[in-house]
Design a protein around this ligand. Structure first.
Ligand code: ADP
Ligand code: MG
Length: 372
């Protein structure tokens, strides 16, 4: 059992004074490439972090959730209450909506995915809850079905209008792979990403710049993409080609160029990974960043600084990840170089007067699983 799963087990024992019937966990995720392509019907390529949310679960008279991180117990919410319990409650709600036979449970959660950093701790807690309930009550749902159910919980119960990538990644990713997801058909394909074997690692830098200001920018970008598709008589920019850009001008042209080239980069990145050509893969990451900075205009000085420092310190590639306007960046680095790069980033951020970033390196990890 992983340490985080042991923490959930311990929390369950201390809190409910008995042994759980089952322990499960699910990871946060990072999107390697394919940014702002999801709502344009395009491609994304996430992989699972080695940071997870774990849950220990058993039967009870009334459903109760305990969070070891928030150090509080909460009952099942009938509707959105604005607390962490909305996430597991939303999953129970979505299962009941599908007339799945559940009984009251008690569950203890412990997590290590940073909250609100864009690494999808929300999908991790949903996926952990869903796979635990599925296992406990022998629902025999497929992981794809659970992912759609978790997304429905987040959209309709929690009230966050997220796409399907986070839940797909948290449930379906495997260790040493990335997941190519076609956001239109929801077809998901495992892509080999055995970085450890190649002496490589991924490094995440959470700039801890709040993404709240990004809400307006995000909506503006979505609208610009819709307009750009409309100009071409298309429903989604997924079907647009570089030649079509002549029909656009100004902002619309820049936004469309990002989406068109980014979709192409995802597919090229997949080819590079199949060839184990990590140099080419890294160059595509960096090209994605340039496009997000110059055409989609969603980068920040902190994200640009990280990418610049990483590329000057022998990283194979680096880019902002997530919607932008703050949040996280990632770099593909040689494992032995991570320590030096981490120090350089901390020093340089301090010298530039930026907020102290949170950085960590990891290997692509496994998706949601029942561990006991
Ligand atoms: P992100 O998904 O980017 O981390 P969100 O705002 O979508 O940010 O989700 C974060 C929320 O998910 C937290 O505020 C909390 O309500 C819930 N959550 C995540 N991890 C845990 C945890 N370990 N224990 C309890 N709640 C959690
Ligand atoms: Mg989230």
């Amino acid at each position: 059992m992983r340490e985080i799963e042991q923490r959930a087990l311990q929390a369950y024992r201390e809190h409910f004074l008995e042994e759980p019937l089952l322990i499960a966990s699910a990871p946060g995720r990072v999107n390697l490439i394919g940014e702002h392509t999801d709502y344009n019907g395009g491609f994304v390529l996430p992989c699972a972090l080695d940071k997870r949310v774990a849950v220990a679960i058993g039967l009870s008279d009334h459903t109760l959730f305990y969070s070891a991180d928030f150090e509080e117990t909460r009952p099942l919410c009938e509707k959105r209450g604005g607390s962490w319990a909305d996430y597991p409650s939303g999953v129970v709600w979505a299962m009941q909506e599908q007339c799945l036979a559940l009984q009251p449970v008690q569950a203890a959660f412990a997590g290590e995915v940073p909250l609100g950093s864009g690494l999808s701790s929300s999908a991790a807690i949903e996926a952990a809850t869903a796979i635990a309930l599925d296992g406990l009550f022998h629902l025999e749902m497929r992981k794809k079905g659970l992912a759609v159910l978790c997304q429905h919980a987040e959209n309709a119960f929690v009230g966050v209008n997220s796409g399907i990538m986070d839940q797909y990644a948290s449930l379906l990713c495997q260790a040493g792979t990335a997941l190519l997801l076609d956001c239109r058909s929801l077809e998901a394909t495992q892509i080999p990403l055995n970085l450890a074997e190649a002496g490589l690692a991924l490094l995440i830098c959470d700039t801890r710049v709040s993404r709240e200001l990004g809400a307006t920018g995000y909506n503006e970008r979505r609208l610009a993409c819709e307009r750009a598709a409309y100009t071409l008589g298309l429903k989604e920019l997924r079907d647009a080609h570089l030649e079509d850009l002549d029909k656009h001008c100004g902002e619309e042209q820049k936004r469309a160029r990002h989406v068109i080239t980014e979709n192409a980069r995802v597919l090229q990145a997949v080819q590079a990974l199949h060839r184990q050509d990590f140099g080419a893969f890294g160059r595509l990451l960096s090209a994605s960043h340039r496009s997000l900075r110059e055409d989609f205009e969603v980068s920040t000085p902190e994200l640009d600084a990280f990418v610049e420092i990483a590329l000057h310190s022998s990283a194979l590639g680096a880019r902002l990840t997530g919607a932008g306007f703050g949040g996280c960046a990632l770099a593909l680095v040689r494992s032995e170089d991570t320590g030096v790069l981490l120090r350089k980033v901390q020093q340089s951020f301090e010298a530039r007067g930026f907020t102290r970033p949170e950085c960590f390196s990891f290997q692509p990890a496994s998706g949601a699983e029942i561990v006991k």
